[in-house]
Write a protein that binds this ligand. Structure first.
Ligand code: NDP
Length: 310
């Protein structure tokens, strides 16, 4: 039996080698060279793979996302019925995202754009000192990534708030849930960090209403998915001064077309969906463990809940 890999050509060999380093007995097939479809027992795939294609493998037992998000796997037609989907929960993914959030929170908090502009114009001028304890940061999503980033900010003394689907208690974090909780948290968040999965409930959640509920001059940090943000509403909020700036890693579509206004916007800092990049050598042990579990009929790790959509 064999494992089908499907990702960008540049990452294919890295994934193969990482999986073989954990279990040298694995038979790896690199898409589109799948060989006999009946021999494929697991598919480890990234965003471009067509879910309809996976219906060709009659003995498929498991689909694994090469990242933490699974929106690309669940959109129609979705995975073949009855086949479980696992995502990655990986120490290195989590820590990279924590660094990216921290980078951008500190960039805004420490007036980096203003000081860079002053440097360019050779202006020697102290701006008012930022007060960490008076700069609440609100998190949309308190999952693997949100909780870790929230912990980093808490350790620096930022007041941290967080919103999740279900009620949650997290030490040192003021928690919210549900529609009312969302607006209540927004009203208090000088910075809003989005680390939600993209689901039918969360698509377009960062809209004029939510941005309008933030204190004037707030910042948005989106490391989740481009589909969470209504771009026209974000651009209008930046234009009106309701938002002071935005750090965006994710867009709709990706790559972002060259003519998109974000590229040249003075209040937008961008990275090309690079906040947290899967490192195959780090992720491979859990993928192989899940494959062994699937073979043995044991409970799988990091399973996606289809009804919740993440
Ligand atoms: P988790 O599944 O661990 O956490 C998701 C969080 O979002 C949970 O707290 C969950 O609530 C909350 N949530 C989900 N739906 C809703 C809703 N309708 N209302 C309120 N809260 C909701 O995900 P991760 O933290 O691992 O990852 C989050 C996302 O980050 C991924 O789905 C992916 O899209 C993105 N990502 C981006 C990367 C990048 O490089 N830019 C890299 C990796 C991931 P509850 O706690 O109640 O379940």
């Amino acid at each position: 039996m064999a494992v089908l890999l499907s990702t960008k050509p540049a990452a294919m060999a890295l994934w193969r080698d990482a999986l073989l380093a954990v279990d040298p007995a694995l038979e790896i097939r690199m898409f589109p060279e799948a060989g006999d479809p009946a021999e494929i027992e697991a598919a480890v795939v990234w965003t471009a793979h067509d879910m309809a294609e996976l219906r060709r493998y009659p003995n498929l037992k498991l689909i694994v996302s090469m990242g933490a998000g699974v929106d690309h796997l669940l959109r129609p037609p979705g995975p073949p019925p009855g086949i479980p989907v696992a995502r990655l929960v990986d120490r290195m993914l989590t820590s990279q995202m924590g660094e990216w959030v921290l980078l951008n929170v500190l960039r805004f908090h420490r007036q980096d754009a203003e000081y860079r502009a002053q440097q360019r114009d050779r202006i020697w001028l102290e701006l008012p000192a930022p007060v960490t304890g008076e700069t609440p940061v609100g998190f949309l999503g308190l999952g693997e990534l949100g909780l870790h980033a929230a912990g980093l900010l808490r350790s620096l003394g930022f007041p941290v708030l967080g919103w999740s689907r279900r009620p949650k208690q997290v030490e040192g974090v003021e928690t919210f849930h549900g529609a009312e909780g969302l607006m209540a948290m927004a009203a208090r968040s000088r910075m809003l960090v989005c680390l939600l999965p993209l689901t039918p409930e969360t698509r377009g959640i960062v809209d004029a209403r939510l941005l309008g509920a933030l204190p004037r001059g707030a910042w948005l940090i989106n490391g989740a998915r481009g589909g969470h943000v209504v771009d026209a509403d974000l651009l209008a909020a930046l234009e009106s001064g309701q938002l002071a700036g935005a750090a965006l890693d994710v867009f709709q579509p990706e790559p972002l077309p060259p003519e998109h206004p974000y590229w040249a916007h003075p209040a937008v800092v961008m990275t090309p969906h690079a906040a947290s990049i899967t490192i195959p050598a780090s992720a491979a042990p859990q993928v192989v463990a899940n494959l062994h579990r699937a073979r043995a009929g044991q409970p799988l790790l990091n399973l996606v809940d289809f009804s919740a959509g993440y």
